[in-house]
Design a protein around this ligand. Structure first.
Ligand code: SF4
Length: 77
């Protein structure tokens, strides 16, 4: 499995809270789906990635400095 898989429409963003360093790049690149809490940690909208945001989601995943951001095909259980 790839460490940092590509996002596809209909997948869900996930953040690894252990490796996230609260730099906020994901919120800058994908504000439609990511907000930051008061400490700079991402709060995900939780909706599937819409087709029009796939490119932005892929860029946000690729630019995460610690590979903490990824896309997952299943909703959070
Ligand atoms: S870009 Fe990565 S390290 Fe930075 S806040 Fe988002 S998930 Fe965390």
């Amino acid at each position: 499995m790839a460490k940092n898989p590509q996002a596809e429409a209909g997948q869900y963003l996930r953040v690894n809270p252990i490796t996230c360093v609260a730099r906020g790049m994901c919120a800058e690149l994908l504000p439609e789906q990511v907000k930051l809490d008061e400490w700079g940690y991402p709060i995900l909208k939780g909706d599937p990635i819409p087709p029009q945001l796939v490119t932005h989601a892929r860029r946000a995943i690729a630019e995460c400095p610690t590979l903490a951001l990824r896309a997952d095909p299943t909703p959070r259980g």
